[in-house]
Design a binder for this molecule. Structure first.
Ligand SMILES: [Zn+2]
Length: 427
């Protein structure tokens, strides 16, 4: 870059030159890479636009957060309802379980009865078979007796008997036989009846159990129906809460998206401010304005004077009292106040230079300050008037350039040009 002879250059010519440079720089950047050097006014305008855009996003975030919080409140109510339903379902499940146990016990008892009844039936069958066998056997023996003779009845027996004694013997034998069998048969018959009675009693028991079972089965059906109803309600409310949760996630995602967009805008704003408005300027040799356009004499240079560093340059000129002091470059006023040594003084923050160093300028001994801290100032803008306040012996401007907080020689480092400036330290 060229050395700009800004020291005595008329402001209009300088502004025009800076504009051309800015245009050239932008053109170079259009095909290249880093941040465009926008014109200050355009930059400020675009910063305003970006801030509006960001404010809109922030309002949108606020609205989304309100909606989300409303949804969350609804969700909370639904969750409480859901928890209540779950409790009711749990109670039903417990009731069903208790009832099921009762039913199972009853079914076990009925099963036992069925088994016992089956046993009895078996016993009855066996007894009946025994009776039948016994009867068959008796018939066989009687038949044998009858067949031995040709008799078929007592009368026939009598008629066939050779004598009475023979008859009596035969009938006696038959009677003995039948009598002993009768006893046995009666006994068997009695046993059969007893078994049948047992079976009847078992069947009565079973019937009683079945009667007992009916209401339990009915209750179980009822409980199951109730639980199914609750399950339906639960699944409905569950669908609602899932939807609400999804809505909340959606709101949060939208908010995060909007926040990211706002952050990107803030980055852009920071970028523009850093690169264009008062910061990030090249601060090339002679790139700063001469800070006192009408005072053209340096009465004291940057050097060690009387054993201590004179950390700036003193600028004066005939009748300079009350003449303007201008900002040497774009920046933000950091200090504008009284100091016992500097008198009324201004310090301007110009942001970082291309090497990332913080550049500041200081203007001392003013008789009047025209800016206040936080104010953005442009290069060449009047910020104070030359005076002789503080540790001063005559009207002059004490001008300093600070790089990363250290005072440096503004001339030797090329911040201001001495072209057209007289150095006369005899004053
Ligand atoms: Zn000085």
């Amino acid at each position: 870059m060229n050395r700009i002879q800004s020291g005595r250059m008329p402001l209009i010519r300088l502004t025009a030159l800076l504009l051309v440079m800015a245009l050239l720089f932008s053109a170079a950047l259009a095909s290249g890479g880093s941040t465009p050097q926008m014109h200050r006014a355009a930059a400020e305008e675009s910063v305003d636009d970006l801030r509006d855009e960001k404010a809109k996003l922030e309002a949108e975030q606020q609205e989304l957060a309100t909606q989300r919080d409303k949804t969350a409140a609804t969700l909370e109510a639904q969750e409480a309802q859901k928890a209540l339903l779950q409790q009711q379902i749990d109670v039903k499940v417990a009731e069903i379980s208790v009832n099921k146990k009762l039913l199972d016990e009853l079914d076990a008892k009925i099963g036992d009865k069925n088994y016992e009844i089956a046993q009895k039936e078996q016993a009855i069958g066996k007894k009946e078979a025994e009776i039948s066998d016994r009867f068959q056997e008796l018939r066989q023996r009687l038949r044998t007796i009858f067949m031995r003779g040709t008799m078929t009845s007592k009368l026939q027996m009598l008629l066939d008997s050779e004598n009475l004694s023979d008859y009596l013997m035969q009938t006696k034998a038959m009677e003995r036989l039948t009598a002993s069998n009768r006893v046995l048969m009666d006994e068997l018959e009695a046993q059969l009846q007893a078994i049948k009675l047992d079976k009847l009693s078992l069947e009565a028991d079973k019937e009683a159990l079945a009667k007992e079972r009916a209401p339990i089965v009915e209750l179980q059906t009822e409980l199951n129906t109730k639980k199914q109803e609750l399950d339906v309600l639960y699944s409905e409310i569950n669908a609602v809460t899932e939807q609400l949760n999804a809505d909340i996630d959606h709101y949060n995602a939208s908010i995060a998206e909007s926040e990211a967009a706002a952050a990107r805008i803030q980055d852009k704003i920071d970028d523009i401010i850093r690169t264009t408005i008062g910061t990030g300027q090249a601060f090339l040799s002679g790139s700063m304005y001469w800070p006192a356009p009408t005072a053209l004499i340096i009465s004291s240079t940057f050097k060690t004077r009387w054993g201590r560093l004179h950390g700036g340059i003193d600028i004066t000129g005939g009748g300079c009292y009350g003449e303007p002091i201008v900002a040497a470059a774009d920046g933000v006023v950091q200090i504008a106040e009284w100091d016992d040594s500097y008198g009324y003084y201004v310090m301007i923050d110009h942001g970082n230079d291309s090497a990332g160093r913080r550049i500041m300028t200081l203007y001392g001994h003013s008789c009047q300050l025209l800016v206040s801290p936080g104010q953005t100032v442009s290069a060449g803008e009047t910020i104070a008037l030359i005076g002789s306040t503080g540790n001063s012996t005559g009207a002059h401007l004490h001008f300093e350039v600070r790089v990363d907080g250290d005072r440096v020689d503004p001339i030797a480092n090329g911040y201001v040009s001495t072209s057209g400036i007289t150095i006369d330290e005899s004053l």
